[in-house]
Design a binder for this molecule. Structure first.
Ligand code: NAP
Ligand code: F7E
Length: 328
């Protein structure tokens, strides 16, 4: 049985990654951090009885800002594969907490890489890089596109990306970067634009909300489905050689398109419900992202299965169900 360690297991991707690895018979360890309220909602359905003598999903306290906890966890578990998905992942918030974002999203990766190196393990390492690193570089973006980061988050990810490459080259570590474009799901955090829009469409349809306040409606993103993207991550880690891959759908849509699709799905006209609030503008915006994932198609035999319309409808339907359940 292979052993995996996931950072960010309570997040969107961490929860899908844990499901996928459990289905492939891994023993899965996940790092969680202390919170004043429960935050394991996304993994509660797969988290077994803690008194089970041999649970295949095990949670351990640690923090990406706490090197000693990471060292201890890695030495104790000796994982075959590490899926490093933890981060301060919100771009707008990174402008408010740039130093903290650098610590968690940038240095957090180095703390893990150092822990592996110091433990002398042959652990495989996956680093969650991001399309945000391309910033103002015009689309389509692929592995050869130069990074032009436009936020503290993106700059921290560029650092994390290059440190992963350096540990691969310098210490012969099996270390991959997945340069993933935006990917969403019913488990997406509620302050990212996709979920904010699908949740608003559901609540407005049910008469529980009338307005939603948004920022830049002209931004374009390449939105895919998180469930498809964790499969690509796993495939990268099963290759003979470590490498970096762009994961994307190759289709780009504006926030307006997202509104059309989500509100249209429940027969609403978004123009009657959307107001612009400049608080959601970013000091520097990434205008357009659209990925070219042909390398992943060629080398990993990976292709996205869920398209934009299907993704948005899946999210609106899930939010409708959740909202209805609240009243029931
Ligand atoms: P997410 O839902 O925001 O999850 C982030 C995870 O990181 C959560 O489990 C969070 O724990 C954990 N975390 C935050 N700070 C931490 C710290 N100091 N120590 C330990 N854990 C910490 O993010 P996601 O959408 O799943 O994304 C997964 C990764 O891919 C992130 O690195 C993100 O930057 C990157 N990425 C995401 C996308 C995307 O479109 N989703 C695209 C490209 C790259 P709590 O639950 O306790 O907050
Ligand atoms: O914004 C615009 C906003 O926050 C998308 C993270 O997972 O993907 C994500 O970062 C666009 C931006 O995602 C609102 O200005 C308009 O242009 O959903 P988002 P993001 O910034 O692209 C990348 C790949 C990651 O790596 C990140 O971790 O939508 N927008 N109005 C808005 N965005 C938000 N959040 N809220 C609004 O009200």
């Amino acid at each position: 049985m292979k052993t995996a360690l996931i950072t960010g297991i309570t997040g969107q991707d961490g929860s899908y990654m844990a499901e996928l690895l459990l289905a492939k018979d891994y023993l899965v360890h996940g790092i969680i951090r202390r919170s004043s309220s429960f935050n394991t909602e996304r993994i509660d359905h797969i988290y077994q009885d803690p008194h089970d003598p041999k649970p295949r999903l095990r949670l351990v306290y640690g923090d990406l800002n706490d090197a000693s906890s990471l060292n201890r966890i890695i030495r104790t578990i000796q994982p075959d594969e590490i899926y490093h998905l933890g981060a301060q992942s919100h771009v707008r918030v990174s402008f408010d907490v740039p130093e903290y974002t650098g610590e968690v999203t940038g240095l957090g990766t180095v703390r893990l890489l150092e822990a592996i190196r110091e433990a002398g393990l042959r652990t495989k390492f996956y680093n969650a890089s991001s399309s945000e690193m391309f910033g103002s570089a015009p689309p389509p973006q692929n592995e050869a596109t130069p990074f032009q980061p436009r936020s503290p988050y993106a700059a921290a990810k560029v650092y994390s990306h290059w440190m992963t490459v350096n540990y691969r080259d310098g210490y012969n570590l099996f270390a991959c970067n997945g340069i993933l474009f935006n990917h969403e799901s019913p488990r997406r955090g509620e302050t990212f634009v996709s979920r904010k829009v699908t949740k608003a469409a559901a609540k407005i349809k049910l008469g529980r909300q009338d307005k939603v306040f948004l920022g830049n409606l002209d931004a374009r993103r390449d939105w895919g489905y998180a469930g498809d993207y964790v499969e690509a991550i796993w495939r990268m880690m099963q290759q003979d050689k470590p490498d970096d891959y762009v994961i994307a759908t190759g289709e780009s849509h504006s926030v307006r398109d997202l509104l059309d699709e989500a509100f249209g799905h429940v027969d609403l006209d978004w123009k009657k419900h959307v107001e612009i609030d400049p608080r959601y503008y970013r000091p520097t915006e990434v205008d357009a992202l659209c990925g070219d994932a042909s390398k992943a198609a060629r080398q990993l035999d990976w292709r996205p299965r869920v398209g934009f319309k299907e993704l948005v409808r899946m999210m609106v339907d899930s939010d409708l169900k959740q909202e209805k359940a609240k009243s029931g």
